[in-house]
Design a protein around this ligand. Structure first.
Ligand code: CA
Length: 447
């Protein structure tokens, strides 16, 4: 059960890595997200699998070999019963179920907790690397990427701009709406985003023109990675859905609204979306998120209940997630004048109409095979309040209500030099705060 809370979630648990005990860190010992990294300088040993703790990265492959060589630790290692801590996160996940992942989590906690032996501490410290000496790469080789549209507030807002008489399509409350995205253009946080060119037909009297996109936007989304896949033709039962989810990251689904408006009919988004998608580098596991589960979205009494294949008692009780999502912007002028990034919105994944379990189950319900490392995103996470709108299209109401920045500038959509910074974190009384780190990208001009 991924909702299970155990001693690894104890809020009093501290680490001997001091930076992990900072109350403001995203990465206390209760989190321990996975990542892939390369060493900066020194000898490049290629991409390696790591775990973030405080301001450090634990080299997981290294430490697993290190502890196996030490008799007092070999026993603990044996307990983990995972002899294949490998260099590829995808391989690791494919080979492990949730129980194995629980054991890995317990094992990592046993290495890093404050009251561990000096011997362990000494061995483990050899495999800790300051974050500043690493380059974080994409955690997975993403094979397929799917983007849903699960915020009813986002769907209603966007729908009402284009179809005021019928904002929400009649299928919305029955079908988790999604489309197949493009995996090849997924980039990790910190990668510059080049403004795309495309067909623009803002003047309905004239033929379209091929120009750099004018209405460039971000979309604040939650993403999750498939751990164990399913065979082609074998659907996934909603009861088992979360067994197939390894963990989560932040996603920015960059969107060119002017290209989108002209191309989307009748088959949906294409070049408006596939020029880049940014993900945060840390995969927060479902085990780490256990204390932050919420009931699934409470449907209006007049709304239909989900069809049977999307219904499950546990999913209804615990299928939601309480993750705060924030979007910040820093323009070039703000950077030059040392003005801190400005927060545009704050929303929460508990407002999603469909749960991650329902997204995954629906995706595989026709027998479509999901594979280890597939990325599935929620769609823009917006809430009922104006301050909770997760993209500029909604926030500026199609550009008609520009936002004002502390530099005196205004924005309808993104300008060259703007950097978008997304953050995610979980807070709940009685538990340690954990976070996702950042998902950033800066807009550079079209060529
Ligand atoms: Ca999207």
């Amino acid at each position: 059960m991924t909702y299970q809370i155990n001693q690894t979630h104890d809020p009093n648990l501290k680490s001997w890595v001091e930076s992990a005990n900072d109350p403001n860190t995203d990465f206390p010992i209760q989190n321990l997200p996975f990542c892939m990294f390369r060493l900066i300088g020194g000898k490049d040993e290629g991409e390696q699998i790591g775990v973030r703790i405080g301001n450090l990265i634990l080299n997981v492959e290294g430490v697993s070999k290190g502890v196996q060589a030490e008799p007092p630790l070999a026993l603990a290692w044996d307990n983990v019963k995972v002899s294949y801590f490998v260099t590829d996160l995808g391989l690791l996940l494919n080979a492990t179920g949730n129980e194995d992942r629980q054991r890995i989590r317990q094992f990592l906690v046993s290495l890093l907790r404050q009251d561990t032996s000096d011997n362990v501490r000494q061995i483990v410290s050899e495999y800790l690397i300051p974050i500043s000496e690493t380059n974080l790469t994409s955690p997975f080789e993403v094979g397929d990427y799917t983007d849903f549209y699960c915020s009813i507030f986002h769907a209603t807002n966007v729908g009402s701009m284009f179809r005021p008489d019928q904002p929400l399509m009649p299928n919305y409350k029955y079908v988790p709406i999604g489309y197949h995205g493009r995996a090849s253009s997924i980039v990790v946080s910190g990668t510059d985003i080049k403004r795309p060119r495309g067909q623009n037909r803002s003047d309905a009297e004239k033929p379209p023109v091929f120009i750099p996109a004018k209405n460039l936007d971000y979309e604040m989304e939650l993403g999750f990675f498939v751990g164990k896949g399913n065979e082609l033709g074998q659907p996934i039962n909603i009861k088992d859905a979360e067994e197939h989810i390894f963990g989560m990251c932040l996603v920015n689904d960059w969107s060119a609204r002017d290209i989108q408006a002209w191309e989307y009919q009748p088959l949906g988004p294409f070049l408006a979306k596939n020029f880049a998608t940014t993900i945060s580098p840390f995969v927060v596991t479902m085990e780490a998120l256990a204390p932050f589960r919420t009931p699934a979205f409470e449907r209006d009494p007049d709304d239909p209940q989900p069809l049977d294949y999307l219904s499950d008692e546990n999913n209804k009780k615990f299928g939601g997630l309480d993750i705060n999502l924030e979007v910040y912007i820093q323009t070039e002028k703000m950077r030059n004048e040392n003005i801190e990034p400005f927060r545009i919105s704050r929303s929460n994944t508990k407002d999603l109409y469909w749960t991650v379990g329902q997204m995954l189950t629906h995706h595989a319900s026709n027998g479509c095979n999901l594979q280890t490392g597939d990325l599935i995103a929620s769609g823009t996470v917006s809430g009922p309040d104006k301050s909770e709108r997760g993209c500029l299209l909604e926030m500026t109401w199609r550009g008609t209500e520009p936002i004002e920045l502390p530099s005196g500038e205004t924005r309808r959509f993104l300008e060259d030099g703007d950097e978008v910074i997304m953050k995610g974190y979980c807070e709940r009384e009685g538990f340690r705060r954990i976070g996702f780190g950042e998902c950033r990208g800066r807009i550079i001009p079209a060529e």
